[in-house]
Design a protein around this ligand. Structure first.
Ligand SMILES: Cc1ncc(COP(=O)(O)O)c(C=O)c1O
Length: 414
């Protein structure tokens, strides 16, 4: 028996009423404050919403920090900000002890710096393992590094509705593998990779591992130190609400840091920044992974989301994320299956991250029609509509309204 839309709306309202994180939603700008016409924002895995705390923080920074402290701000706070925010991220989001996380460049540049340093740290090994469905920037960066260093890319064929399994990694790694680079949560399907198992397999062959955490940081618990991860990088403008173009974070395991030489040798990563000596000598520790002047303005907003996560804890964030994706799938299967839609994300919640992908040949058109109606999911080729559900800011009712709007748009197709 199928449920009615009224049943789903009532279920959504009941879930919102008992949601322990419901109050966090009121801390975001543009929600229930009359400033926005958005009916359902389901793209928090591309660009998270701003928090009200960030509106204040950025305003205060312009007047008091930049305007008031001027150049003194560098000595007083900003020089250390890539590492103080990195440590806060490490403690509350990444499971990383202090001194291993930095914030600075884009995800693309951070991936490049870490992957090239890692490939160089395994001389005599000729291959980088990656998968066919990783985000384009990861594949392009590794292709460039392979050309620069005369290495071979060893591809794992990934299922676009699932992701890379430990067995697939086991089948390709060996004494020739320098580095394995994979995503924790697959950007297309939302598949959640088994990081500890894959990391162990890579290590058993003597390779280093670099994880892309763009779609997991702030939505799925991450335990980098306990999992024995070597290197990681991830976005801050998705579930961490850092704002458009906010800089990425990078993680380098403590024991590895001083053995790595990153390729963009800038003055800010030198051992004595203001000595301005004739040649580059890398700083000891995590500072060596910084290159030039860090983008301080871009680092402001993410601090407010890190503080919210510190307040509620990643297990609560994950519990809400699982509940949201479960609910989205239940409603989608009920309302959308008559249109021949298929679920292109794992059905089991233990293998699913914070977004759900629904496949249908008309999804490109449907997404465009929804944007016209202030319902905002996103679209990824070949046929996928992605529902990115942000645990701190998305409500169950918003999720229901989004899925119901997909049904209406499909119904109206010529
Ligand atoms: C898995 C993954 N890696 C990397 C990136 C982006 O890199 P950048 O922040 O340099 O644009 C994205 C962006 O959506 C992503 O989803």
């Amino acid at each position: 028996m199928t449920s009615t839309t009224t049943d789903h709306l009532a279920a959504a309202r009941a879930l919102d009423a008992t949601d322990p994180l419901a109050a966090f939603r009121t801390r975001f700008a543009g929600i229930d404050d009359g400033s926005s016409d958005i009916v359902a924002y389901l793209d928090g895995n591309s660009l998270g919403r701003p928090t009200r705390a960030s509106l204040d923080r950025i305003g205060r920074f312009l007047v008091e920090g930049w305007g008031g402290r001027l150049i003194r701000g560098w000595d007083e706070e900003w020089m250390e900000l890539p590492f103080t925010i990195g440590d806060a991220l490490g403690a509350n989001v990444l499971g990383a002890a202090p001194g291993q996380t930095f914030v600075g460049d884009s995800t693309t540049v951070t991936l490049y710096k870490l992957a090239r340093a890692a490939a160089d740290a395994r001389p005599g090994r000729s291959e980088i393992v990656l998968d066919t469905d990783n985000f384009p920037t990861d594949r392009y960066v590794l292709d460039g590094i392979a050309r620069e260093r005369g290495l071979t890319l060893r591809w794992i064929e990934a299922d676009t509705s699932a992701g890379v399994t430990p067995e697939q990694v086991e089948a390709v790694v060996g004494p020739q593998t320098a580095l394995v680079v994979l995503s924790h949560v697959a950007y297309r399907s939302g598949y959640l990779a088994d990081v500890p198992a894959i990391t162990r397999i890579a290590h058993a062959s003597g390779a280093l591992v670099l994880w892309d955490l763009c779609h997991s940081a702030g939505s799925v618990p991450v335990d980098l130190d306990a999992w024995g991860v070597d290197l990681a990088a991830g976005c801050t403008y998705k579930y961490l609400n850092g704002g458009p173009g906010s800089p990425a974070f990078g993680y380098v395991r403590a024991g590895l840091q001083n053995t790595l030489a990153q390729p963009i040798q800038g003055w800010m990563g030198a051992d004595d920044v203001f000595a301005m000596g004739p040649e580059y000598r890398p700083a000891a520790g995590i500072r060596r992974f910084i290159s030039g002047t860090p983008p301080i303005v871009g680092m402001l907003a993410m601090q407010d989301t890190i503080a919210m996560i510190a307040e509620c804890g990643m297990p609560a964030v994950r519990a809400k994320s699982v509940a949201l994706t479960e609910f989205a799938i239940t409603v989608a299967e009920d309302l959308l299956s008559p249109f021949g839609l298929t679920l292109a994300s794992p059905r089991e919640s233990e293998r699913r991250g914070g977004h759900v992908t629904l496949n249908h040949p008309a999804m490109r058109q449907v997404t465009a029609a929804l944007w016209q109606r202030d319902v905002i999911p996103d679209y990824r080729d070949p046929n996928g509509l992605r529902l990115g559900l942000s645990p701190l800011s998305t409500s169950f009712e918003e999720t229901y309204r989004g899925v119901a709007a997909v049904r209406d748009a499909l119904d109206e197709l010529p």
